[in-house]
Design a protein. Structure first.
Lengths: 177, 356
């Protein structure tokens, strides 16, 4: 009703027009490529853009798709020195693909090493999953599998890097349950 | 100056049938409901205090102002579940059009809250859905094909199936958003070497963890096919960003876009990205065309308006149906036909939108 009344009055259309301009400003400035124009205009709209959730990122496979693939895994060591490899949860390619993409995104960000603050909670969460399943891990090591992709000739060999180890506090020796 | 102001007024404030807005609401609500259901199994792992990110990022320290959320920094499991239930209930209400505007607000607030609480589990498609929720708050989606409309028609005796008219500016904003998104996507790609040399698609298809359904090895490894697909991707995104504003080309461009996103959805685990885009595509369907589609659907469902109308006789809906058929045949658009739209609005016996 309010919208209808606004739209049918001159002053209302002026007010809506101001709102339209603000939304357009938020959308356009946020999507500007890195430039002087972006630096000068984005701060003016940042608060509106973020408050309205209009921030967006269209750099999908851009500027280039990755030339090597990073896989995220964790090595769980139990009290009796046995080990198990934990993998990012994935579902079937049909319905499962509509929930597992979020885990894959998280794994991608953790593995990329952009923010090391993600490693401890990731390792703690994996340890907690183990404990909830009745097992007793003593450490969780986060690993990055690097698989280079080559268009011509054989690709460089795969490599694995342990990038973070979490010693589980209070872990007691003993076999996994 | 007056001419420009008149053009502005015509572009944003022309009144047309709210049928497109209603279908956008229903389709958006369905996609968001599916999105919410898919989130359910992991909601505590993603957002709970013992999840993969026990504390939300410190946005203020990062210099980002304006970010808010209902979940706060470290919500209890109970709060996470309450907000999640609000999202699901809000999405259901949005689909059926029950207190549509409030439902859209609830969905907007909850989707924003989840995406802010843990941004590490969301991709560009999820951001698109968050953007969609913002526009759904503005779109008068509950004005037609909704419980809200049904309740109103019970009081006023109006025809439920005759959509009221309303200003088009919220749908126009969605159209502009879609155009900008594709232009930004194309711009981001042309800066990359692999897109310019045509190898980008084969690199993307070789990323194993994001692959979804199988493609022949000969397709994923072929540099020639990659060239074609890479340049076709750039051309498609540019066309969707620019040519979608051309009345004659719009339908074809959008059909190419549908094919493009179906291939994307087949090949990659990108979640709800393609479906979110399709909702934005619907904003380009002229209301007259939508009226025609709905009229056909209603007839198929066996609804007979004439019998329920006082006085029976000629069905006023035929006015919009006939115009819709003509508009569809002409490939009419929702942008460049203000004169016709005005005429339609003028002759349309529908009330202006109310509620929704």
């Amino acid at each position: 009703m309010v919208q209808e009344r606004l739209e049918s009055s001159r002053i209302g259309r002026v007010l809506i027009s101001v709102g339209i301009l603000v939304v357009l400003g938020a959308v356009f400035t946020w999507n500007l490529p890195p430039s002087e124009l972006a630096i000068r205009t984005q701060p003016a709209f940042q608060r509106v853009t973020l408050a309205s959730g209009l921030d967006q990122n269209w750099s999908v496979f851009a500027p280039d798709p990755p030339k090597s693939e990073l896989d995220f895994e964790a090595r769980i060591v139990y009290g009796d020195s046995t080990q198990r490899i934990w993998k990012v949860p994935t579902g079937d390619p049909f319905l499962g693909a509509y929930w597992d993409y979020r885990w894959l995104k998280w794994g991608e960000i953790v593995t990329a090493g952009i923010d090391a603050r993600l490693w401890l909670p990731a390792a703690q969460w994996i340890a907690r999953q183990e404990q909830d399943a009745g097992r007793r891990p003593v450490s969780v090591t986060l690993m990055r599998h690097i698989k280079p992709r080559s268009l011509a000739g054989p690709a460089a060999p795969q490599s694995t890097v342990d990038f973070y180890t979490y010693p589980v506090p209070g872990a007691t020796d003993g076999p996994p349950a | 100056m007056r001419k420009a102001l008149r053009a502005w007024d015509r572009f944003w404030f022309t009144t047309r049938s709210t049928s497109t807005a209603a279908v956008v609401r229903i389709a958006g609500g369905l996609v968001l409901l599916a999105w919410a259901v898919a989130l359910g199994r992991d909601v505590l792992s993603f957002f709970g205090p013992e999840g993969i990110l026990p504390k939300a990022p410190d946005y203020r320290a990062a210099g980002l102002k304006g970010i808010w959320g209902l979940l706060g920094s470290t919500p209890s499991p109970a709060v996470v579940i309450v907000v999640y239930v609000a999202l699901v209930v809000g999405a259901v209400c949005l689909v059926v059009g029950f207190h549509s505007r409030f439902a859209a607000l609830v969905v907007f607030a909850t989707v924003v809250s989840f995406t802010r609480r843990n941004p590490t589990v969301f991709n560009s498609g999820d951001a698109l859905l968050r953007v969609l929720t913002f526009f759904l708050v503005l779109v008068p989606g509950g004005a037609a094909l909704s419980v809200d409309r049904w309740r109103r028609t019970r009081k006023t005796g109006e025809d439920f199936w005759q959509p009221p008219v309303g200003a088009v500016w919220p749908l126009r904003l969605m159209q502009v958003q879609l155009s900008v998104a594709y232009l930004a996507a194309a711009w981001a790609k042309v800066g990359g070497v692999t897109w310019r040399e045509g190898s980008a698609v084969t690199y993307a298809l070789r990323v194993g963890f994001i692959r979804r359904l199988p493609l022949p090895h000969s397709v994923t490894q072929s540099l020639l096919l990659s060239n074609v697909a890479s340049y076709a991707t750039l051309a498609t995104e540019l066309a969707l960003g620019l040519l979608v504003w051309n009345r004659r080309l719009r339908r074809r461009v959008l059909l190419v876009g549908v094919a493009f996103h179906l291939i994307l959805d087949y090949a990659f685990r990108v979640g709800f990205f393609s479906y979110g885009m399709f909702v934005f595509y619907l904003a380009f369907v002229p209301p007259e065309t939508m009226d025609t589609w709905l009229s056909r659907a209603r007839d198929k469902l066996g609804h007979r308006r004439a019998g329920r109308r006082p006085g029976g006789g000629a069905d006023e809906g035929d006015v919009s149906t006939g115009s819709g058929a003509a508009a569809e045949a002409e490939g009419a658009d929702s942008v460049a036909a203000p004169a016709r739209a005005g005429a339609l609005a003028g002759s349309d016996p529908s009330p202006r939108l109310a509620g929704g």
